[in-house]
Design a protein around this ligand. Structure first.
Ligand code: MG
Length: 247
């Protein structure tokens, strides 16, 4: 580990966080404790308002248990979620195989030549990701998991307060991410889905379909939608079907 890694101060004060939550979201927009220059420098596809929503939800969820994101890419969303987890003394599990999703491969629309590793012949976003969390001093808060999400889920046994789905956009991929993780969300916990487009002309439909599937299950209620980020909360008392119940 680099000797320049910033030290982490645990400043968990539940009564202060509660008071701030009661006072409204604006407080968080000013006090996210994230370096704006770093945020601006990290490659990614997350809107700033969506990032602030991630931060706010993780701050609330962090008091109930660990958070988990699927699809961290170079770590932009991780900065928001991780900063909130650090503030609430929580942990963020951050899953990505770091080989890029379908649309980020060579020749595709979102290919970034600088992320291609000629030695392995694959995209490699893990180096950038590590740089991001180290620069933000989040190495004691973020647990990177480098594999496909269904592999990480195989023997998973930790209840989660928030799951953020932002991995591959093929229907089978998003459905798998939903299917293997939803059963780990605690009662009152949150399911967040990125890249929801109600209009097919604006974007792929898989995340929107999964968002609607979650709603139709009766397990979740709608909390908020910020641009293309959908926020659902598991209804207290809603019984997880046996096929999804992993905990
Ligand atoms: Mg996304």
């Amino acid at each position: 580990m680099s000797s320049t890694t910033p030290s982490v101060t645990l400043d968990y004060q539940p009564e202060v966080i509660d008071a701030q939550l009661d006072a409204g979201n604006d407080i968080y927009c000013r006090n996210m404790d994230i370096d704006q220059k770093l945020l601006d420098s990290v490659k990614g596809f997350l809107d700033e308002d969506e990032g602030r929503c991630l931060y706010e939800m993780a701050l609330q969820a962090g008091r109930m248990g660990p958070c988990l994101e699927i699809g961290s890419y170079c770590g932009k969303s991780t900065l928001y979620l991780g900063a909130a987890c650090r503030k609430s003394c929580s942990i963020l599990f951050s899953i990505d195989h770091h080989r890029g999703s379908e649309e980020q491969q060579p020749g595709e629309e979102y290919f970034e030549p600088g992320l291609f590793d000629p030695q392995s012949g694959h995209l490699d976003t893990f180096r950038e990701f590590r740089k991001t969390i180290a620069s933000a001093g989040l190495e004691d808060t973020v647990v990177p998991i480098v594999c496909r999400s269904e592999v990480a889920a195989r023997r998973w046994a930790t209840p989660l307060s928030l799951v953020f789905i932002d991995g591959g956009h093929a229907l089978e991929t998003v459905f798998t991410d939903y299917n293997v993780w939803v059963g780990h969300i605690v009662s009152g916990g949150y399911l967040l889905v990125h890249d929801i487009f109600a209009d097919p002309a604006r974007g792929g439909q898989a995340p929107f379909q999964i968002y609607n599937l979650a709603l139709a299950s009766g397990l979740f209620r709608e909390v908020d939608t910020v641009k293309t980020l959908g926020v659902l909360q598991r209804r207290p008392g809603a019984e997880m079907p046996a096929i999804l119940a992993n905990i």
